[in-house]
Design a protein around this ligand. Structure first.
Ligand code: AHR
Length: 337
């Protein structure tokens, strides 16, 4: 039997015993179990191999998300961290249920990438009451700072500004833009929308003529772009997509309509996934703004610091760049996602 298996067995048994004790204490009806201190080495410092982390992921809507999940799982495996992973399938209620389960399991720390910004106060308060720190990964939640230990992720407003600056240059200061928005109510959709407008509003000859949600997926991006084309046809000079997957969907719709993506209609999107580099090499995408999904190692480093009582920043921003077609071929081979 492997060390990892024995560890999981020990953990499973201890959860079972604790739940039985708790059920007996309240007459068998079941209540939340009070927090257990995490395991410690002799010198009192918790190490990766002793860390039990619950992670509530949003789902698998994009290539970005797939890379993000893989990064978290690979880092946990490599460091010997016990990771209890839950896929929320794009539903906040599933994520809330997962967090409640993690609390009952008395994990040491909970990581969560909130599908939308609002509606987290109660469940985060429950985690706090149980003594379990929450770390926000990739997306912020609109809650008081006391309810989470740290936020690790991108500056989505800046990504929106960067996309707008690139767009202004591509359009030479004038033209009509259509916008494919991410998941409604999500932090990246809200911030990328605002950041983009912050810059565009300074250019009176650039107009955002339509804006609609594409849910961060290729299928929806294609469908919504098809609607835009039927409505506005060749009045459209450019597409701003809140992620590369929707831009790839838009490329398909533009080709189906008989226009040349990247030429007749300029396209700027966000994430910098491999398929975006391939689209740039084919001349179909004009730029992609990086949003880094490889957050696994930084997340677990933060988690360990938090459970050991070390001070951590309230926001740890990820380092990111802007990529253009002329560099796409060279950069492609080194892309990890
Ligand atoms: O929260 C990050 C965003 O979520 C990515 O830009 C998008 O592709 C993803 O699904």
């Amino acid at each position: 039997m492997t060390e990892q298996f024995l560890k999981q067995l020990r953990f499973g048994l201890s959860v079972l015993v604790l739940l039985l004790v708790a059920c007996q204490a309240d007459g068998g009806e079941g209540t939340a179990v009070s927090a257990n201190p995490p395991l410690e080495t002799d010198d009192g410092i918790i190490v990766y191999e002793e860390l039990v982390v619950g992670y509530s992921q949003i789902g698998a809507e994009s290539e970005w998300r797939t890379a993000n999940t893989a990064s978290i799982k690979e880092a946990a495996e490599r460091l010997g961290v016990e990771l209890i992973f839950s896929d929320g399938q794009q539903k906040q209620e599933n994520q809330i249920k997962a967090i409640r389960t993690f609390i009952a399991q008395q994990v040491d720390v909970i990581g969560v990438s909130p599908v939308v910004e609002t509606g987290w106060d109660s469940v985060f308060q429950e985690a706090k009451d149980a003594g379990i720190p929450i770390i926000l990964v990739d997306r912020r939640a609109d809650v008081s700072e006391e309810l989470y230990a740290s936020y690790l992720g991108s500056d989505f407003v800046q990504e929106g500004r960067d996309a707008a600056q690139v767009m202004v240059d591509l359009l030479d200061g004038e033209g009509n833009i259509v916008e494919l928005v991410g998941t409604v109510g999500s932090a990246p959709a809200i911030d990328r929308y605002l950041g983009f407008r912050e810059i565009i509003q300074e250019y009176p000859d650039i107009h955002i003529i339509a804006s609609a949600p594409g849910d961060f997926t290729r299928a929806k991006g294609e469908e919504v772009m098809g609607d835009f084309l039927r409505q506005y046809g060749d009045e459209i000079d450019a597409v701003y997509a809140h992620n590369d997957d929707m831009a790839i969907g838009a490329i398909r719709a533009i080709e189906a309509y008989g226009l040349q993506p990247g030429v007749d209609i300029k396209i700027v999107s966000i994430d910098a996934i491999r398929d975006a580099f391939l689209a740039m090499i084919d001349g179909k995408l004009n730029a992609t703004i990086e949003c880094n999904p490889l957050l696994g190692p930084q997340f677990l480093d933060l988690a360990l610091k938090v459970v050991n009582g070390e001070s951590v920043p309230k926001w740890l921003p990820s380092a990111e760049s802007v990529y253009y077609p002329e560099d796409a071929q060279e950069i492609l081979s080194s892309r990890k996602y």
